[in-house]
Design a binder for this molecule. Structure first.
Ligand code: ATP
Length: 472
C-alpha cells in the first residue's frame, strides 16, 4: 500500500526529509539563516542538474529548430525600459496598519485585480478597493485596516561600477526571456535558422517578491528554463493557436517524463484582465501543492510585442527577412516558461512515497522511497560490499571504478545491508549492487531494484551492460 501517495506528503514532512537527506537546506544557517533562501545540498544539486540537463537535451539538443543562449544576468537598463518592466513589473502591496504585516494583494484577497480601465492601449489601472476594505488581516485579525494598495516594482536594483548614481543603476533580470529578443538578430545571423525556430535559455532570475515562501515555491532568486518560439505573423487565429497547443502538449509530455503526478496538474486559462500586458493568450500550468493549487509553469503568446518594443527603443530593425520569399516581418512568439525550483518541488512531492515493506524477520515496516524517474535520480547505482574485509573491498573498488565511468555511483560500506538499501530507496537510487563473499568465487554480484525490491544475480563481467540496458 502506498500510504502518503494517496493523500500526498505534507510540506512539513517534505521539508524535513529534504534537509535530512541533503537535498535542500536553509541558506546562511550558521548566521541564523537568511529569510527564504535555500541552498541545495549534494543530492539536490545533482537532481536539479539532471532536470536542467534533461530539459536542454529534449528541447535544444534533440530539436533541429531550437538553439541555445547563455546571456548576462545584468543587461542594459534600456532593455527593461523597452520591455515595459521598469514601468510595469509591479506587484500590489498592502500593509495592515495594526500589525504591519505585508501582503501581495492579488494573492491575499480573492478577486483582487489590477484592472485596466483606461482606453485601449493606455496604461490606466485601478484596483478593486472594495475587496480590500472588507478584508481581514490573517496575522492579527483586524478588518479593513489596510493601507491603500500601492504598486511595488519587484526588480532588484544594483550599481555598475564604484559610483552609485542614476546612470550606474542596473537591474538583475527578472526573467531570462528578454535576452532572446535582444540577441535575436545575432542568433538568426549566426545560426542561420529559419522561422519558425526557437531560442532557449536556462539561467537565474531575480524578483524582490513581497511574500516569498512555501519552501522553494516562491523565491527571490531562482532559475528559469525558457524558450521563445518565433513564428511568422499569423494570418489567422488558428495559425498561432496551433503552435500554442503544440507547446502546451510538449509541457504536458515533459511533466509526465519527469514523473510529476499528472492528476495534480491543472492547465488554467488566464482571463484578459489578469494576463500580462504583452500576452494575447496565457495558460498557467498549475499544480496542486500541499498549500493549494498554484502556478507551476506559464505558457504565453507574446505576439510581436517584445521585438517591436526593442525595435522602437533601440532604433535597430528587428525584422526577419525570409531568404526564400524575401518577405520581411517582425516575428511573433510563443513562450513556454518553466521555473526550475518549482519543477524540483513538484518532482519531489510526486516522487515521495511511503509504503509497506517486508523486513528480514518476516514483519512489515514502512519504507520511504523516492520514486524518481531513473534519468532524474541523483545517484544511479550504489555499490554496497557486504563487509569491509580487504579481499571484498578490493573487488568492490574495482567494480566501483568501472561503474562510475558510466553512472553517478555511490560507495557505501557502513551499517547493515538492510539499512543501506533503505537509505538508497529514500534518495531514489534505482539500483544497488551488492558484493558478498560468494562474489569472490562465482564472480557474480546481486542487483537490487528500488521499486520491486527484487534481486538478481549477475556475472561481474556482464554487470556494466546489464545496468546500461536497465537505464535505456
Ligand atoms: P506567480 O504568479 O507565481 O508570481 P508569475 O506568473 O509571475 O508567477 P512568470 O512571470 O510567468 O511567473 O514566470 C515564469 C515561471 O517562473 C513561473 O511559472 C514559475 O515557474 C517561475 N517563477 C516565477 N516567479 C518565481 C519565484 N518567485 N520563485 C520561483 N519560481 C518562480
Amino acid at each position: 500500500m502506498q500510504k502518503d501517495k494517496e493523500k500526498g506528503v505534507t510540506m512539513e514532512k517534505l521539508v524535513a526529509f529534504a534537509k535530512n537527506r541533503g537535498f535542500i537546506f536553509a541558506g546562511s544557517e550558521i548566521y541564523g539563516g537568511l529569510a527564504n533562501s535555500w541552498d541545495l545540498g549534494p543530492l539536490g544539486t545533482q537532481l536539479k542538474k539532471n532536470i536542467k540537463d534533461l530539459w536542454w537535451k529534449i528541447f535544444v539538443e534533440e530539436c533541429q529548430d531550437v538553439v541555445g543562449l547563455d546571456a548576462n544576468i545584468i543587461m542594459s537598463t534600456k532593455v527593461w525600459e523597452a520591455s515595459g518592466h521598469l514601468e510595469g513589473f509591479n506587484d500590489v502591496l498592502i500593509e495592515c496598519r495594526e500589525c504591519h504585516a505585508r501582503y501581495r494583494a492579488d494573492e491575499e484577497i480573492p478577486g483582487f485585480a489590477m484592472r485596466k480601465t483606461g482606453p485601449e492601449g493606455s496604461e490606466a489601472t485601478t484596483f478593486t478597493y472594495e475587496l480590500v476594505e472588507g478584508h481581514k488581516c490573517k496575522n492579527c485579525g483586524a478588518k479593513g485596516k489596510f493601507t491603500t494598495p500601492t504598486k511595488f516594482n519587484t526588480m532588484f536594483k544594483t550599481n555598475l561600477g564604484p559610483v552609485e548614481s542614476e546612470e550606474s543603476t542596473v537591474y538583475l533580470r527578472p526573467e531570462t526571456a528578454q535576452a532572446m529578443f535582444v540577441d535575436f538578430n545575432e542568433v538568426v545571423r549566426t545560426s542561420r535558422k529559419r522561422i519558425p525556430f526557437g531560442i532557449a535559455q536556462i539561467g537565474k532570475a531575480f524578483r524582490n517578491e513581497i511574500t516569498p515562501g512555501n519552501f522553494i515555491f516562491r523565491l527571490r532568486e531562482f532559475e528559469q528554463m525558457e524558450l521563445e518560439y518565433f513564428i511568422a505573423p499569423p494570418k489567422t487565429k488558428e495559425d498561432w493557436e496551433k503552435q500554442f497547443e503544440y507547446w502546451l502538449d510538449q509541457i504536458m509530455k515533459w511533466l509526465e517524463r519527469i514523473g510529476v503526478d499528472m492528476e495534480r496538474v491543472k492547465p488554467v486559462e488566464i482571463s484578459k484582465e489578469d494576463r500580462a500586458h504583452y500576452s494575447e493568450r496565457t495558460v498557467d500550468i498549475e499544480f496542486v501543492y500541499p498549500f493549494g493549487q498554484k502556478e507551476l509553469y506559464g505558457l504565453a503568446y507574446r505576439t510581436n510585442y517584445d521585438l517591436e518594443a526593442h525595435q522602437k527603443h533601440s532604433g535597430k530593425s528587428m525584422a526577419y527577412k525570409d531568404p526564400e520569399t524575401g518577405e520581411e516581418f517582425i516575428p511573433h512568439v510563443i513562450e513556454p516558461s518553466l521555473g526550475v525550483e518549482r519543477t524540483l518541488l513538484a518532482v519531489l512531492l510526486s516522487a515521495y512515497t511511503e509504503e509497506d515493506a517486508p523486513t528480514a524477520d518476516g514483519k512489515t515496516e514502512t519504507r520511504v522511497v523516492l520514486k524518481l524517474p531513473k534519468e532524474l535520480a541523483p545517484i544511479k547505482v550504489a555499490v554496497l560490499p557486504l563487509s569491509n574485509k580487504p579481499e571484498l573491498r578490493k573487488l568492490s573498488k574495482k567494480i566501483l571504478e568501472k561503474l562510475q565511468q558510466h553512472f553517478v555511483t555511490e560507495y557505501d560500506v557502513t551499517q547493515s545491508i538492510g539499512r543501506r538499501y533503505r537509505r538508497q530507496d529514500e534518495i531514489g537510487t534505482p539500483y544497488c549492487v551488492t558484493i558478498d563473499f560468494e562474489s569472490l568465487d562465482d564472480k557474480s554480484v546481486t542487483i537490487r531494484d528500488r521499486d520491486t525490491m527484487k534481486q538478481e544475480r549477475v556475472k561481474i563481467e556482464e554487470l556494466e551492460d546489464v545496468l546500461k540496458e536497465k537505464f535505456k
